[in-house]
Ligand binder design. Structure first.
Ligand SMILES: [Zn+2]
Ligand SMILES: [Zn+2]
Length: 890
């Protein structure tokens, strides 16, 4: 590639002071200036009165720490959409929220202040959370603004704010009235570290190294009667601390060997309780002895057995994973401590048969990675399991980008085993607006007009229980799961509320709902997307989104997930110290959405080179053209019409790709057209033509193409395009609020034009290789190829006196000049014969027969070799071949 796009120094010095594009591009200076100006000018404000709009339900980041590369990537992708649609439609609704209630922000507060929530009165701890969150939110906002994300900063919300609390509590009351919620005392998934119930979606698999222990249980009775003295059987378990909670032993009905035990009973070692032996198909016959114990509760199976066989409840572990009095001598120990002690004691009394290393998967709480327990507690649930099919169908009503992500949503619903537990035994959350009768237990809901309420400080709406008349009520102390509120963001944004006069739900901005787009990561399809669909669907009867765009995760350069424990986390601040924001955006556009992809400095460097190229090309255009854009001449030169027709095709194609969220294809196509077609080909010709005197056709085309490029690049590279736009075209308004380019209806033989450009490049190369200046005259050039209509353009640009064109191919002879072997295939196949094969090829002693090479007495298949050819032109002059033409300089 030539570097001749750089401004010709000698020509430009004379009137440089009038030059709009003085000097080099300095993103360090330019980028922060624009970021501040966009915010101050409210460039991205949503216009409520616009005719057309595009609405985005932006993910409110959980306040749990600082900005990471995942945020940078995700926000940037959303911003491509927002900026494209802001230019294409009249206005864009692109709000910003913080999800600042719930466990994540509580744990951040505990970490930041080095405190435990249990040690403070609730109000005091909540205030500490507010303070810490506010500080993190302020920093985060600055960070997001410094990424040039085109948020409407007048449309912001916090999920802990009173108006959002009202929406959240209204949702609770509505679902209760619809019969979609219930409160139940039952086994719950429990995090002993956070000391709260959690939901199925918050469980995460974690590989764990542990011991598999074979333990002898005394057989008391078989199914046929009293067992022999000293008769035992073996139970294998990773959790012997659950022995005091053992309530039964199970055998598979197809397990012939152990069938005689069914109906009998066994005695649990150390703890001595006698438990029944029962048949059940859920037993995994492949693991251990095929006989398993059921404890209340070690896992999901235990819960199912407990419910199916009406077993007693033995709770040996409490809310903080401490052993209860049921554990006898082990009472007060933590489960891990009790496990060690019990193994030791089993060994001592001879019940431990074997203890071997074992790797298995356990369920942990995703926030703290603590292994979950299953406790019987009283919780509020939203019913899900009865409507799985309906929620899957609701998902199918949305367009998924990429489409494959829809299956993740469906698989999640198919695998649901629990209704959604929405109550949390935590401090900093939205209160559940309910009181309970102290006599009959009847729940008393808050009135809608009252919301938001905190039952701990506000009065219930009635003096006495409406059910039994009892006059004392106890407030609910639990708060909502964070997702119970963040799943309402479309309704929060649309201003959903209860209207007491009309006794119905209303929306302040009904035109927003359903939203055009929900953008989010694939890691929270089961959390945020699923729960939003459920809630909005139940409240409005409608799916909340037309389209869903799912992004992947940012990996390190070796395609490993970034994690603190691996020490491979790259903070955005480090990246932005080295690279302009526009370069990070160029990188972010580099992969198909939905795919995980690596952070690669090489891609950011390519982005930087593009910025320089854009700046330099703009300077050249600026120098070549008059200050005011000339009117379109009636008669455009063929090469100008061709460029504008190519531009039309690019506009249409790039627009379609933006509409389909195919950012990497849009970026690559645009870059390649700008760099190769415009800069390398067209701009060279334009420069040549303009140096011979003014030409309105060229000037018009240059400016038209340049303006269009800037606009097409604007969603990707907002700073440099804004800077160039201001300097070259409009000092008063932003490029980001201009109308998206449309095709101008230009018509040209695109193929002939492209071939003509190849010819120009070939001639340029010829001059360079022969040490000629680019404006050297060539006497006679023959072109074998289709460049009809562009002959004059080629001749003019390359200073050719006589240019002849021919449709037929010239007289070229092709000769085999050598054979290239693929040794990775030939070596293993022919081993010691390779030397002889090489020698025979060297001597020219071989024969090519169709796809086969015969040499040194063996035959090679076509994938093992490539034929090298040399082509010679036997006519007069020097030949150069391009992709679609042959050029001869005589
Ligand atoms: Zn936890
Ligand atoms: Zn009552």
């Amino acid at each position: 590639m030539s570097d001749t796009q750089d401004p010709p120094q000698d020509e430009s010095t004379a009137d440089k002071s009038e030059d709009a594009l003085d000097g080099e591009y300095d993103p360090r200076e330019v980028e922060p200036e624009w970021q501040d100006r966009w915010v101050a000018d409210e460039t991205y404000a949503y216009d409520e009165d616009a005719d057309t709009r595009f609405t985005i339900d932006t993910p409110p980041p959980t306040v749990s720490g600082n900005l990471h590369m995942g945020h940078l990537y995700q926000f940037t992708l959303q911003d491509f959409v927002a900026r494209f649609h802001r230019m294409r439609d009249d206005t864009v609704y692109f709000p910003f929220g913080y999800d600042d209630n719930g466990i994540a922000s509580e744990r951040l507060t505990e970490r930041e202040l080095d405190i435990r929530h249990q040690d403070y009165p609730r109000r005091e701890f909540q205030e500490k959370c507010r303070d810490v969150c506010t500080q993190f939110e302020d920093e985060f906002t600055e960070d997001v603004q410094s990424l040039a994300i085109s948020i409407d900063w007048d449309n912001t919300y916090k999920t802990i704010a009173p108006d959002v609390q009202r929406v959240s509590q209204l949702s609770f009351l509505d679902l209760y009235e619809q019969g979609r919620e219930y409160r139940q005392r039952a086994p719950t998934i429990w995090c002993p570290d956070c000391e709260t119930a959690i939901s199925q979606v918050e469980q995460e698999d974690k590989d764990k190294h542990t011991k598999f222990n074979d333990i002898a249980f005394d057989l008391v009775e078989t199914g046929e009667g009293p067992a022999d003295e000293n008769a035992t059987f073996t139970i294998s378990t990773t959790r012997p601390e659950l022995l005091p909670a053992c309530v039964a032993v199970f055998v598979h009905p197809d397990d012939d060997e152990n069938q005689h035990l069914v109906g009998g009973s066994a005695r649990v070692p150390i703890f001595e309780q006698e438990v029944p032996i029962i048949a059940d198909e859920r037993v995994d016959m492949e693991t251990g002895s095929g006989i398993v114990m059921c404890c209340t509760f070690g896992d999901q199976n235990d819960i199912e057995w407990y419910q199916a066989h009406d077993l007693p409840l033995r709770l040996a572990i409490d809310e903080s994973a401490t052993m209860t009095d049921l554990a006898g001598d082990y009472e007060g120990m933590h489960t891990t401590e009790a496990r060690e002690a019990i193994i030791e004691d089993l060994d001592e009394e001879g019940s431990l048969l074997e203890s071997r290393d074992h790797d298995h998967t356990v369920q942990v709480h995703e926030r703290c990675e603590e292994e979950v327990e299953y406790l019987v507690t009283e919780q509020w649930y939203i019913e899900l399991l009865d409507k799985k099919e309906e929620y899957i169908a609701a998902g199918r009503e949305m367009e998924w980008y990429p489409e494959k992500m829809a299956t993740r949503y469906e698989h999640w619903i198919e695998g649901l085993e629990w209704d959604w537990c929405i109550s949390r035994q935590r401090d900093s959350g939205i209160p559940i607006p309910v009181w309970y009768c102290d006599d009959c237990g009847e729940p008393v809901m808050a009135e809608r007009e009252q919301l938001p309420v905190d039952p701990l400080s506000d009065d219930p709406p009635v003096e006495a229980c409406p059910h039994c008349g009892h006059d004392s009520l106890t407030p609910e102390e639990d708060v909502f799961d964070t997702w119970a509120t963040s799943s309402l963001t479309p309704l929060v944004n649309a201003g959903w509320d209860w209207d007491a006069d009309s006794e119905s739900f209303t929306m302040e901005l009904p035109e927003l709902y359903p939203f055009d787009l929900r953008p989010q990561g694939h890691d929270i399809i089961s959390f945020w997307l699923f729960h939003t669909v459920v809630k909005c669907y139940e409240h409005t009867g409608e799916v909340p989104f037309e389209n869903v765009m799912i992004n992947g995760m940012v990996l390190d350069e070796n395609r490993e997930a970034m994690s603190k424990s691996k020490g491979n986390v790259i903070p955005p601040s480090e990246v932005l110290e080295k690279f302009p924001v526009d370069a990070t955006r160029y990188w972010a556009a580099g992969t198909s959405i939905g795919d995980d992809f690596p952070y690669k400095e090489g891609d950011l460097e390519a982005g930087e080179r593009l910025l320089q190229k854009l700046w330099n090309a703009s300077r050249l255009v600026d120098q070549l053209t008059p200050a005011a854009q000339p009117d379109e001449p009636d008669d455009l030169a063929a090469v100008d019409e061709w460029l504008l027709a190519e531009l039309d095709a690019t506009v249409e194609s790039v627009t379609a790709k933006f509409e389909d969220y195919e950012f990497s294809k849009a970026r690559n196509e645009l870059r390649s057209f700008f760099w190769n077609t415009f800069c390398d080909d067209y701009l060279e010709i334009a420069k040549q033509r303009l140096s011979d005197g003014g030409d309105t056709s060229t000037e018009f085309t240059l400016l038209q193409a340049h303006r269009t490029f800037l606009q097409l690049f604007a969603p990707f590279l907002p700073h440099i395009t804004e800077e160039l736009w201001e300097r070259c075209y409009d000092e008063d308004s932003s490029i980001h609020t201009t109308d998206w380019p449309t095709a101008g209806g230009y018509d040209a033989d695109l193929e002939a034009g492209e071939t003509a450009m190849e010819v120009v490049s070939a001639l340029r190369r010829y001059k360079t290789e022969n040490g000629l200046p680019l404006n050297a005259d060539l006497d006679h050039v023959e072109v074998f190829g289709h460049i009809a209509g562009f002959e004059d353009a080629v001749a003019e640009a390359m200073h050719v006196a006589q240019l002849d064109t021919y449709d037929e191919t010239p007289d070229i002879t092709t000769e085999v000049s050598g054979i290239d072997l693929d040794y990775s295939l030939v070596g293993p196949e022919f081993g010691s014969e390779v030397g002889a094969i090489d020698a025979a090829i060297e001597d020219g002693d071989y024969e090519i027969d169709g796809d086969t090479l015969r040499v040194a007495g063996v035959e090679l298949d076509d994938e093992m070799f490539a034929v090298e050819e040399s082509r010679t032109y036997s006519g007069e002059g020097e030949m150069t071949e391009t992709e679609s033409a042959v050029v001869v300089v005589r």
